[in-house]
Design a protein around this ligand. Structure first.
Ligand SMILES: *Cc1c(COP(=O)(O)O)cnc(C)c1O
Length: 312
């Protein structure tokens, strides 16, 4: 794992065949369905998923020669749909976004609803030791924190429950982008909290939350995340926007631990590669057209990497 600053490691999942942390998760979902007899030859598969998990599910469905349908919210970008459809599967756009769950269940009649939100935790546990947490703990013994971006909360839930099951002391922090309901829902303990605003950060941020086993939620403004993205790319890790938001969260934790004198490394999960974001987050014109100015935040990050001191 590359070290970004002292005490910070990156678990890079961007090099997986489908380019994200969801590759390993989806790899666990299929044996789960097969051993429970829910997936047999010719079983049509359906899931309500528009992001990297759908791309990974489509990949494994094709590997098994099974038809797969991803039910995606209408606002899913054409580029993301194309990444799913590259494996030859159909996408059905549904609006409003939360209708995807009912629609997927309907479509799966006579087939199998993969239901990653509900099944991922047990499926990943059953796949041990070829799972994300085991790999992280093997590479970095006893990290104080694992930090990752949050969208639906599925990934952090998988990581958090797995750590608890093993009795590990490692805590889970998630970073939440602007306009996501996750942070306000977490603070106010209202799982159905809705902001009604779509997040700018594709893949993370969500209009409704699921319960999650997390210790800390750190809200990160988009401009700060973009500054962190450039910083990370300059350090050799060209990752997507949720990873850079996680970098900002990791800096917050490292600074706090330094102040408190608590030891222990922090592991950030690089959840996907920067490649799909070349014409958006990595494009200066796109960034300024969104009214975002990362430069003041870049200076703060630079200072932090040099001194370990965070003066926001
Ligand atoms: C899945 C994913 C996350 C975490 O999203 P959840 O919906 O909370 O699991 C963060 N970043 C990327 C790039 C992802 O693919």
């Amino acid at each position: 794992m590359p070290v970004l600053v002292d005490g910070l490691f990156a678990k890079d999942e961007s090099h997986r065949p489908t380019g994200s942390v969801k590759h390993g998760f989806a790899r666990s979902l299929f044996p789960d369905g097969l051993t429970r007899g829910l997936i047999t030859e010719d079983t049509p598969l359906v899931d309500a998923a528009g992001g990297n998990i759908a791309v990974a599910e489509a990949y494994f469905a094709r590997l098994l020669g099974l038809p797969f349908t991803a039910v995606v919210p209408a606002r899913t970008s054409a580029a993301k749909r194309a990444r799913i459809e590259q494996h030859g599967e159909v996408c059905v756009a549904v609006d409003p976004p939360l209708a995807v769950y009912d629609r997927a269940r309907e479509l799966a009649a006579g087939g199998h609803y993969l239901d990653h939100l509900a099944r991922l935790g047990p499926a990943v546990d059953a796949h041990e030791p070829a799972d994300l947490v085991t790999e992280i703990l093997h590479e970095v013994p006893e990290p104080a924190w694992i930090v990752l971006g949050v969208g639906t909360g599925a990934s952090s839930h998988v990581v958090g429950r797995h750590l608890r099951r093993r009795g590990a002391t490692t805590r889970v922090a998630v970073v939440d982008p602007e306009n996501s309901a996750y942070f306000p829902g977490w603070v106010t303990d209202s799982p159905d909290y809705g902001t009604g605003m779509p997040s700018r950060v594709q893949g993370i941020g969500r209009p409704q939350i699921e319960p999650a086993v997390v210790d800390l939620v750190i809200p990160v403004p988009d401009a700060v995340g973009i500054a962190a993205m450039r910083h990370l790319a300059a350090a050799g890790l060209r990752a997507g926007p949720s990873t850079s938001a996680a970098l900002r969260g990791a800096c917050h934790l490292l600074h706090r631990m330094r102040d408190e004198g608590t030891p222990g490394p922090v592991v950030l999960v690089a959840a996907d590669s920067g490649t799909p974001y070349a014409t958006t987050y990595y494009d200066d014109e796109w960034v300024s057209a969104k009214g975002l100015d990362p430069s003041p935040h870049a200076a703060v990050l630079e200072h932090f990497t040099r001194t370990g001191d965070w003066r926001a």
